[in-house]
Design a protein around this ligand. Structure first.
Ligand SMILES: [Zn+2]
Length: 299
């Protein structure tokens, strides 16, 4: 039986001729603010509590609420996914909380949004961390196989090389479980960090969280949006672009990239499809004092 909340976690928007659907895998308290951002002391958080509580900061656990989700982009020509969450049966050496999941809610939500795995044409990936490429593969008779048998999986070459080096160092099973089986099945393509698929979808290099991190741009009829990936994790970082997430691998570069991204897209009024901002996640950056704030598209 499906849990009763399985179907409502689908959220649709349009951008010109593009249809954007958020498919949420998990949406729950993640870590206490100071565990994510060293600077997030009670004093630093105090001015933000009014808007953080209760949707972005759980009043019970005191943890920041953070969705793990996929953006599905339907163009007139393609069905594309951006990131594929955690997935099932993954060993996730560094983060046991999400290891060995057996929960097909994400797949059922995708089906409820009218998308079968066979229909997916492209799988984009902002970076190769465990919560962004899990459903790239699934376990079938003890073997990892691509979940989307007809898709081209696009990997930024620099991110691919970095993930491969971590795997060689024995640091991370993500490459072996989520990436290598896609390459071995002939479905993976290595692309530049500024790859352009067509006039509706392209990549922008946004390094710092990982070396080959990319954001995914979409455009239709002069309307423009971008899936952030993990260059920014929380709307708190709009107010404090210098706050790095503790897993930003190059903190100095991560803050430079974040500040420049906020500047650029606040000016352009770009629709922001934030990967981990609390639901409903989609909104715009707006300038405020010397920094920014986040305005959600819907309440
Ligand atoms: Zn992430």
């Amino acid at each position: 039986m499906s849990p009763p909340d399985a179907l409502p976690r689908i959220h649709r928007h349009t951008l010109g001729e593009l249809e954007i659907t958020r498919i949420v895998e998990l949406d729950e308290p993640f870590l206490a603010p100071h565990q994510m951002f060293a600077e997030a002391t009670p004093e630093a958080l105090a001015p933000h509590l009014e808007w953080l509580l209760p949707k972005a900061l759980c009043p019970v656990t005191g943890k920041l609420i953070l969705p793990i989700q996929t953006y599905v982009i339907r163009t007139p020509h393609h069905v594309a996914l951006v990131d594929t969450c955690i997935g099932n049966h993954k060993s996730l050496a560094g983060f046991k909380r999400w290891a060995n999941r057996e929960d097909d809610t994400w797949l059922r939500r995708l089906a409820a949004a009218g998308i079968s795995p066979e229909q997916v044409d492209y799988v984009f990936c902002t970076h190769l961390h465990l919560d962004h490429c899990g459903w790239h593969t699934r376990l079938e008779n003890g073997r990892w196989v691509p979940t989307f048998p007809n898709a081209r999986y696009l990997f930024a070459a620099e991110e691919f090389a970095y993930a491969e080096s971590r795997a060689r160092a024995g640091e991370d099973p993500v490459f072996a479980e989520n990436v290598l089986p896609v390459m071995e099945a002939g479905r993976g393509v290595l692309v530049a960090q500024d790859f352009v698929l067509d006039d509706t979808l392209w990549l922008e290099s946004t390094p710092g969280h990982t070396p080959g991190h990319v954001s995914v741009h979409l455009q239709s009829r002069q309307l423009h949006g971008v899936v952030t990936g993990d260059l920014i994790h929380s709307p708190l970082q709009c107010h404090h672009p210098e706050w790095n997430f503790r897993h930003d691998e190059n903190p100095a570069l991560a803050s430079l990239t974040r500040r420049a991204f906020l500047e650029r897209h606040a000016d352009a009024a770009t629709l922001i499809l934030a990967s981990h901002f609390p639901s409903p996640s989609i909104g715009r950056f707006v300038r405020k004092h010397q920094a920014f704030e986040y305005r959600y598209l819907e309440p």
